[in-house]
Design a protein around this ligand. Structure first.
Ligand code: AMP
Ligand code: TRP
Length: 327
């Protein structure tokens, strides 16, 4: 029996290289090993201010990119979170057994709410309960994510444990799966901040759909430092970030990469890295163009995902409603 893997991405902006290297490429590489469920978590994208028409567009773009990156709908159930309303039902039930203290400790909440104070939505605060519902609804064993999501997956595990303790064995306890290379890709403009969809700067991230010339330009402007040698050193976050991306895309060891760049300058590093990034993204962009020219295919894939998942959802929810005394 294959283990079940679940993961998701918020359709809150264009996907970037961090999403690809930290998450999607591993889902693609490992899809034959698992029973896979990948979600476009649209209800997570509305916890902060957003534009409805843009969200609608982003949802479709994200599904198209899942497919273009190589997720195979024969091996993976792909769907949009809000198409299965039990996610929010279960999230409410979880929010009733999750202490405020647990949610208040989430570093992502602390970062995102900084400076906003009373303006922050209740949804941003309870977001991890919805994420726990996403994972636990499917009795997921493994959750492949980038490093930033580890704390949320651990919280989902704590919620599962608390639920099982209160109402009897109901949920499988999930584990985060985090790869070490490029688990945290940093911003090109500021290598002390993780690459994210929400940055206002033009030179922050590389979009998966960025044209090659733009990719080259962004990399040529990436922040480095005033030293010369090109070595993996975490104390030099700019160079370290570029080298980590190089390592993830080339598959070479740190020693091989350092030897390759010995005696060379930052311009060479940025140029060679741009070649690798462009070579990795061009086929994805080509498939994306083909897929989006036939939008019915995307609708079909999504509908098929929901049909396949329905029995699993019903089994979990029938049990949950009963043990909680709702039925
Ligand atoms: P998000 O963009 O926050 O919806 O994240 C979707 C997935 O991409 C999650 O598994 C994240 O952990 C991963 N991810 C997001 N940003 C990065 C990053 N800068 N480096 C590595 N992984 C990331
Ligand atoms: N919170 C995750 C992020 O910001 C996205 C997400 C929502 C997710 N539900 C999930 C990831 C369930 C893994 C499993 O990246």
């Amino acid at each position: 029996m294959k283990k079940r893997a679940f993961s998701g991405i918020k359709p809150s902006g264009s996907l970037h290289l961090g999403n690809y290297l930290g998450a999607i490429r591993h889902w693609v590489a490992d899809q034959h090993k698992y029973e896979n469920i990948f979600c476009v978590v649209d209800q997570h994208a509305i916890t902060v201010e957003y534009e409805p028409a843009v969200l609608r567009q982003n949802i479709r773009e994200l599904v198209g990119l899942y497919l273009a990156c190589g997720l195979d709908p024969e091996q993976c159930s792909l769907f949009v979170q809000s198409h299965i309303p039990e996610h929010t039902e279960l999230a409410w039930l979880f929010s009733c057994i999750t202490p405020m203290g647990w949610l208040g400790r989430m570093t992502q909440f602390k970062e995102k709410s900084e400076g906003l104070r009373e303006q922050v939505s209740a949804g941003l605060f309870t977001y991890p309960a919805l994420m726990a519902a996403d994972i636990l609804l499917y009795q997921t064993q493994e959750v492949p994510v980038g490093e930033d999501q580890k704390q949320h997956v651990e919280l989902a595990r704590d919620i599962a444990q608390r639920f099982n303790h209160l109402f009897g064995e109901t949920f499988v306890l999930p584990e985060p799966v985090i790869r070490t290379v490029a688990a945290r890709v940093m911003g090109l403009d500021d290598p002390t901040k993780k690459m994210s969809k929400s940055s206002a700067s033009d030179n922050h991230g590389i979009g998966l759909l960025d044209p090659p010339a733009l990719i080259r330009k962004k990399l040529s402007r990436a922040t480095t430092d005033s030293q010369r040698d090109i070595v993996f050193n975490r104390e030099r976050p700019g160079v370290y970030n570029l080298l980590s991306i190089y390592q993830a895309l080339s598959g070479q060891s740190q020693e091989e990469i350092e030897a390759h760049f010995a005696g060379k300058g930052y311009a060479q590093l940025k140029g060679d890295l741009a070649d690798l990034v462009v070579a990795a993204l061009e086929p994805i962009q080509e498939r994306y163009r083909q897929l989006t020219s036939a939008p019915e295919h995307i609708d079909q894939v999504l509908a098929q995902g929901v049909v396949r998942l329905r029995p699993l959802v019903d089994a979990t929810m029938t049990c949950v409603r009963y043990v909680m005394g709702l039925r």
